[in-house]
Design a protein around this ligand. Structure first.
Ligand code: NAD
Ligand code: IPM
Ligand code: MN
Length: 328
C-alpha cells in the first residue's frame, strides 16, 4: 500500500492548483493514497471552524500533508478566519522548521523560517484602556532547534548560515543571537554571520547571490520569503516544506489564495508542484520522483509560461506541459 497523503485544497486559487498536483501525482506516483479534507474557508462554510477535528486527526495520521493556500476576503472581518486553522495545524503538528528555497541563475538560497513561535503565537489581547497587543515570545529551546536545522542544512549545501534578527532593538533577538552562536560551536565547518533584518531585506533585493541558508524567526521569515520569491521569478514559483522532528510535514506554496485571479484558470501551479516535489523528497523519501517532477516543471515553465511570468498559458496548459515532460 502506498503512503497516505492528506490534501487540503484550500480557497480561491487553492482548488485550481491542487487539481494540478492531483493530476501529476496520479501520473507520477499512482500508488499514493490521496485524500481530500475540509480546511480553511471551505471548512468554515461547512462546519463553522477552519480546522475541523476530523481534518486534524487525518493530518496527524497521514504520512504527509499537501496543502494549497487558504484565505478568502469573505472572512476578512469575521471572528473565525481561515488563517487561524492554518496556525493551529502548524502548531498541532509542531512543524517548526519551514524551508523556503529560492533560486534562479546565480541565486540559490534557502530561508529556514521558525514557524510555530514568535509574534504569531505570543500573548495577545486588549488592555482596559483599549491598547491592542501582540507579543513576540521565544524560549531558548525553540531557538536552539531551529538554529540546529539551519546549521545542518547549511552543512549539506555551501556551508554558510546567515542568522537574521533585530538584536539592536529586541530582547528576543538578543537571545536568538546568543543561542545561534552557542549552537555554532557544534558546526565549526559552517561559516555563520548575523544580519539585522532591515539590512537583510536590502541585501536580498540588491545582492541575493551572497546568501546560502538564512535562518530567522517567524515574522521576519514570512516577509523575507516573499521578497526572496520576488527576486527569483515571483510567488507563482515559490514552494515550502514545514517539518517537525517526527510526524508528518506540511508541504505548501509560499503564496496565498490570490483572490484577484481566482476562477480565471490562470494561476501558476508551479509553486504547488514544487511543494509536491518537496513532499516526495522530504516527506515521503522518494527523491527520484521529486527530481523528475522538478525537472518537468522547469521544462513546462519554459514551454508554457502563465501570465504572472509574462506568458499566456492557462493553469491547465502548464499542467499539460508538465505531464508531457514527465512522459518524455
Ligand atoms: P497572495 O500571495 O495570495 O497574492 C499576492 C499576489 O501574487 C497577487 O497579485 C496574486 O495574484 C499573485 N499570485 C499569488 N500566487 C500566484 C500564483 N500561483 N499564480 C499567479 N499569481 C499569483 O497574497 P495576498 O493577496 O496578500 O493574500 C490573499 C489571501 O491569501 C489572504 O487571505 C492571505 O491570508 C492568504 N494567504 C494564505 C497563505 C497560505 O495559505 N499559505 C499564504 C499567504 C497568504
Ligand atoms: C505564509 C502565510 C501565512 C503566514 C498566513 C496566511 C497566516 O503568509 O504561509 O507565508 O504568515 O505564515
Ligand atoms: Mn506569507
Amino acid at each position: 500500500m502506498g503512503a497516505r497523503v492528506v490534501c487540503l485544497p484550500g480557497d480561491c486559487i487553492g482548488p485550481e492548483v491542487m487539481a494540478v498536483a492531483h493530476r501529476v501525482l496520479r501520473e507520477l506516483a499512482p500508488d499514493l493514497e490521496l485524500e481530500d479534507h475540509l480546511f480553511g474557508g471551505a471548512a468554515i462554510r461547512a462546519t463553522g471552524g477552519s480546522l475541523p477535528d476530523e481534518t486534524l486527526e487525518a493530518c496527524r495520521a497521514a504520512d504527509a500533508v499537501l496543502k494549497a493556500p487558504i484565505g478568502d476576503p469573505e472572512f476578512d472581518a469575521a471572528d473565525v478566519r481561515p488563517e487561524q486553522g492554518m496556525l493551529q495545524l502548524r502548531a498541532e503538528l509542531d512543524v517548526y522548521a519551514n524551508l523556503r528555497p529560492a533560486s534562479r541563475g546565480s541565486v540559490d538560497l534557502l530561508i529556514v523560517r521558525e514557524l510555530v513561535g514568535g509574534l504569531y503565537f505570543g500573548a495577545r489581547g486588549v488592555r482596559d484602556d483599549g491598547t491592542v497587543f501582540d507579543t513576540c515570545e521565544y524560549h531558548p529551546r525553540e531557538v536552539e532547534r531551529i538554529a540546529r536545522r539551519g546549521f545542518e542544512l547549511a552543512r549539506s549545501r555551501r556551508g554558510k548560515l546567515t542568522s537574521v534578527d533585530k538584536a539592536n532593538v529586541l530582547e528576543t533577538s538578543r537571545m536568538w543571537r546568543r543561542v545561534v552562536h552557542e549552537v555554532s560551536a557544534d558546526y565549526s565547518d559552517v561559516e555563520v554571520e548575523d544580519m539585522l533584518v532591515d539590512n537583510a531585506a536590502m541585501q536580498l533585493a540588491s545582492a541575493p547571490e551572497q546568501f546560502d541558508v538564512i535562518v530567522t524567526e517567524n515574522m521576519f521569515g514570512d516577509i523575507l520569503s516573499d521578497l526572496a520569491a520576488a527576486m527569483t521569478g515571483g510567488l507563482g514559483l515559490a514552494p515550502s516544506a514545514s517539518l517537525s522532528d517526527s510526524g508528518p510535514g506540511i508541504f505548501e506554496p509560499v503564496h496565498g489564495s490570490a483572490p484577484d485571479i481566482a476562477g480565471r484558470g490562470i494561476a501558476n501551479p508551479a509553486a504547488m508542484l514544487r511543494s509536491t516535489a518537496l513532499m516526495l523528497d522530504y516527506g515521503l523519501a522518494r527523491p527520484d520522483e521529486a527530481r523528475a517532477l522538478e525537472a518537468a516543471v522547469d521544462v513546462a515553465l519554459r514551454e508554457a509560461p502563465t501570465p504572472d511570468l509574462g506568458g499566456n498559458a492557462t493553469t491547465a496548459e502548464l499542467a499539460d506541459a508538465v505531464i508531457a515532460a514527465l512522459a518524455a
